[in-house]
Design a protein around this ligand. Structure first.
Ligand code: PLP
Length: 409
């Protein structure tokens, strides 16, 4: 008889977004005809820009012509796109890594989860608390954890690295041993960024503990503060202990198009694997289970990395960051305590008057007709906060911020 995976069975049911949707539905049933303004989602809303859209249209035309049609590409991705990415890292971040390090994928979320599969089940994961849920869930599904402990608000054998007001929402390396350390900067959900010194502490820890850092840089184009690293490889020595995962979703608007990358250098080492082995196994994994990213998306990605494309992407990022500024200024003026929103599309807001995340969610839904995301859904340390997202049309963001300000005054 077929049996389901014990590891998947251990996953707590996806609680956060279904519960947000359920509460909105219930509220709408009680308030027929009333609209809900949604500052709860991390989904892009603005159209793909002209140069990038044109490149994808051209590729579609090529696919519809027998003379220029192409089928499967390389599992690692189109060489031209990998070269452009390599050049992008060199030119914009001063990071020089060989072409072999770059693997194109269908997005950062799948890479963040799939990378687990090449490490031993006995590897101990460490995650920032709060964090993007896929790091924890893929650790559970990958068999790296024990059962969920509701009294602890987390899984046994995951090391939770608390990010709260006391450390500026940037966790310290843990006291205990961990093998796979997930880091995400600019951070979802808190919007915090890490200085080079903070990242260096993690690289030193990884060297000391023979650990591997999995660095999610999905929001790196949102960084504007001078001196903040955009890539973990800006830290010396990271190329032998860190994997980086990137995305075209939040700068080129590819949330629906789907395109990302992982960087797995040949210089990486593991406790039981000499230099080259992690890279070799990841390459083997991709060639076995992945047939390459869409060729249309890859043409768009190549255009996004051109001079014209970079200008367009940074313009799109500017749009969302202007929204974030409207949120940050508006909510601070209304007396709410906020962080993030400067190098990030997310503003992290402390719930007033001792409210829990869900209390404040319900309050804003009821009094401001606005949905936000309860911070507690991202981990225990997110309790007492909500995440407000800058993804939306400017006029809708302004309306929602005014409504929140009015409600909390
Ligand atoms: N990483 C982080 C931190 C995210 O917040 C998101 C999406 O919200 C992703 C990765 C997903 O990226 P992609 O669309 O490339 O799968």
């Amino acid at each position: 008889m077929a049996r389901i995976s014990e590891d998947f069975a251990r996953l707590e049911s996806g609680y956060l977004f279904p519960e947000v949707a359920r509460r909105i539905r219930r509220w709408q049933e009680r308030n027929p005809g009333a609209d809900v303004m949604r500052l709860s989602i991390g989904n892009t809303t603005e159209p793909i820009t002209p140069h990038i859209a044109e490149a994808m249209k051209k590729r579609i035309c090529m696919l519809s012509d027998r003379r220029t049609y192409t089928g499967y590409g390389d599992e690692q991705g189109d060489t031209a796109l990998r070269e452009a990415l390599m050049e992008h890292y060199r030119k914009e971040y001063g990071v020089c890594l060989p072409l072999s390090s770059f693997f194109i994928s269908d997005g950062a979320k799948s890479d963040a989860a799939n990378i687990q599969s090449i490490f031993s089940r006995s590897s101990i994961p460490a995650v920032q608390d709060p964090s993007y849920p896929v790091y924890v869930d893929s650790s559970v599904a990958g068999g790296h954890t024990g059962a969920y402990d509701s009294s602890k608000g987390g899984y046994s054998s995951i090391v939770y690295m608390r990010s709260d007001a006391s450390n500026g929402f940037v966790a310290e390396p843990p006291e205990e041993h961990a093998d796979l350390i997930y880091l995400c900067f600019p951070n979802n959900p808190t919007g915090a960024v890490a200085t080079a010194d903070r990242l260096r502490a993690f690289v030193d820890y990884a060297h000391r503990e023979n650990a591997i850092i999995i660095f999610d840089s999905a929001y790196s184009d949102y960084i504007e503060t001078e001196g903040i690293p955009h890539s973990i490889y800006e830290i010396e020595g990271a190329e032998d202990c860190a994997i980086e995962i990137g995305s075209f979703s939040k700068n080129a608007g590819f949330t629906g198009v789907r395109l990302g990358w992982s960087i797995v250098p040949e210089t990486l080492k593991a406790e039981d694997a000499p230099e080259g082995e992690i890279h070799r196994i990841w390459n083997r994994r991709q060639c076995t289970f992945f047939n390459g990213a869409s060729n249309i998306s890859q043409s768009g990605g190549l255009a996004a990395l051109s001079e014209e494309g970079r200008k367009e992407c940074l313009g799109l990022v500017r749009y969302y960051k202007d929204n974030a500024r409207i949120i940050l200024d508006g909510l601070q003026k209304a007396g709410l305590s906020c962080t993030g929103g400067v190098d990030s599309p997310y503003v992290w807001v402390a719930c007033p008057d001792g409210m829990t995340s869900w209390d404040f969610f319900d309050f804003l839904l009821d009094k401001a007709h606005t949905a936000v995301t309860p911070g507690s859904g991202f981990g225990r340390a997110g309790e007492g906060y909500v995440r407000v997202s800058a993804y939306g049309h400017k006029e809708d963001i302004e309306k929602a911020v005014n409504a929140i300000a009015e409600a909390v005054r």
